[in-house]
Design a protein. Structure first.
Length: 94
């Protein structure tokens, strides 16, 4: 019998949303040691990886830049990629 580790999908969504909404939050997340592996949901980890790429490139981390980064990350792959609206339950025109 396999066990599922305790996790909260809603909490992961809230963290990702807050990181995109508040300008200093990515620096705070880095100071606290937040890593993609801290996310249980694979798509959440991929979104956070895109956010890290932007942050490390000294670019703004917000819904528009993260959406663009995700589209670029998955443009060359056969899979459809990740949409913030679909993954985080956000309005499409946030």
């Amino acid at each position: 019998m396999s066990r599922i580790l305790p996790h909260s999908t809603d909490a992961e969504k809230a963290v990702l949303g807050a990181l995109m909404q508040f300008s200093n939050s990515m620096r705070d997340a880095m100071d606290q040691g937040l890593q993609p592996t801290d996310f249980f949901v694979e798509n959440h980890a991929r979104i956070f990886e895109a956010m890290l790429d932007l942050y490390n490139a000294n670019q703004v981390v917000d819904i528009r830049t993260v959406t663009t980064k995700l589209a670029l990350n998955f443009a060359h792959k056969k899979e459809h990629g990740i949409t913030l609206a679909g993954t985080l339950g956000m309005p499409k025109h946030a």
